[in-house]
Design a protein around this ligand. Structure first.
Ligand code: NAP
Length: 261
C-alpha cells in the first residue's frame, strides 16, 4: 500500500469517543514516517457541541454518494465511523461510501451495557416496541432515549402515563401527552439519578443500550430503586466492517495500517 505523506482521517463524530479519538490522533502520528490530519464531521443536531481538535465540518453529506464524493475530493485516506451506536443510517452510509471511494473503514463502538444481579431489564427491538411494553411496567416514566423518536411515545395508548423526558436540546412535537422536559447533558452522577427517581416518583426507565460510563448511573439508580428498565437493543454494525471498542484501539488500527511506512 502506498503511504501518503500525511494520513487524512475522516471521523464521523457526535460522541465522546469520537472527540477522544480526534484528540488521540492529533496527538500521535500513526507511524514513524507519516503525519496524521484529522477532520471530524458532525451532523449539526446539537446546538453547542464540544468541538474536537483538528478540522471540523458540520452537516449531512447528502447520503452515501455525497459522503463518497467528499472523501474523494478531500483526499481522505481512512474513514472512521465513530457515530453513536444508534446512528444506523450514517453507519450504513459510511459502509457504502467507503466501498465506493475505496477507502478503509473502521467502526468505533463502545461496548453495550450488561445486566447485573438485581436488574429488571426488558429488551425492546425498537422505540415502538419499548412504548408497547410500558403500560404493563409503570406509570411514571423516565424517558432517556433522546429528543428524536419521541413520536413513538406520543400515541393515545400511553395517555395515562406521565413522562420525565431528559434530552440535550428541547424536543419537538409529537411528544407524549403528559410530560415534563429536563434539558441536561451527561455525564450524570448516581446521586443525581437517585434524586430524580425519588423526586418524580419514577417507576420505570427507558433507555437505549448506548453503553459507556457517562449515562450508566441511571441503571444503578434503577437497580437500587427496584424499578424496571426497558433497554432498546442496538442496530448491528454493517456486515464486514471491523470494530474497535475504544479510541485507543482505533488509533492502534490506524497505526498498524501505516506503521511500515
Ligand atoms: N442516535 C442517537 O441516539 C445519538 C445519540 C447521541 C449522539 N448522536 C449523534 O448525532 C448524530 C445524528 O444521529 P442520528 O441518529 O440522527 O443519525 P442517523 O439517523 O444515522 O443519520 C441521519 C443523517 O444525519 C446525517 N449525519 C449523521 N451523522 C453525521 C455525521 N457525523 N456527520 C455528518 N452527517 C451526519 C447524515 O445525513 P446525510 O445522509 O445527508 O449525510 C445521515 O444520513 C450522529 O452523528 C450521532 O453520532 C446520536
Amino acid at each position: 500500500m502506498p503511504v501518503p505523506a500525511a494520513v487524512h482521517v475522516l471521523v464521523l463524530g457526535g460522541t465522546t469517543e469520537a472527540r477522544r479519538l480526534a484528540e488521540n490522533l492529533a496527538a500521535s502520528a500513526p507511524g514513524s514516517r507519516v503525519q496524521v490530519r484529522v477532520t471530524t464531521s458532525l451532523a449539526g443536531r446539537v446546538s453547542a457541541p464540544r468541538l474536537p481538535p483538528g478540522d471540523v465540518r458540520v452537516g449531512g453529506f447528502g447520503g452515501p454518494d455525497g459522503l463518497a464524493a467528499w472523501v474523494r475530493e478531500h483526499d481522505v485516506d481512512v474513514l472512521i465511523d465513530a457515530t453513536h451506536p444508534f446512528a444506523a443510517t450514517m453507519s450504513r452510509n459510511a459502509a457504502e461510501a467507503a466501498a465506493r471511494a475505496h477507502v478503509p473503514l473502521l467502526a468505533l463502538r463502545r461496548p453495550g451495557w450488561v445486566a447485573q444481579g438485581g436488574d429488571r431489564w426488558h429488551a425492546a427491538g425498537s422505540l415502538a416496541e419499548a412504548a408497547e411494553l410500558l403500560p404493563a411496567l409503570g406509570e411514571r416514566v423516565f424517558l432517556t432515549t433522546g429528543r428524536m423518536g419521541l413520536a413513538a411515545f406520543a400515541g393515545a395508548a400511553l395517555d395515562d402515563l406521565w413522562f420525565l423526558v431528559r434530552s440535550v436540546d428541547a424536543p419537538e412535537p409529537p411528544c407524549p401527552a403528559r410530560m415534563e422536559v429536563l434539558l441536561d447533558r451527561g455525564p450524570f452522577t448516581l446521586e443525581g439519578e437517585r434524586a430524580l427517581i425519588r423526586r418524580h416518583r419514577l417507576d420505570v426507565l427507558v433507555t437505549k443500550d448506548s453503553g459507556g460510563d457517562a449515562t450508566a448511573p441511571k441503571l444503578t439508580a434503577a437497580r437500587e430503586a427496584g424499578i424496571p428498565v426497558v433497554v432498546v437493543r442496538r442496530p448491528p454494525v454493517p456486515e464486514g466492517v471491523p470494530v474497535a471498542r475504544t479510541p485507543d484501539e482505533a488509533v492502534e488500527w490506524v497505526r498498524r495500517r501505516y506503521a511500515s511506512g
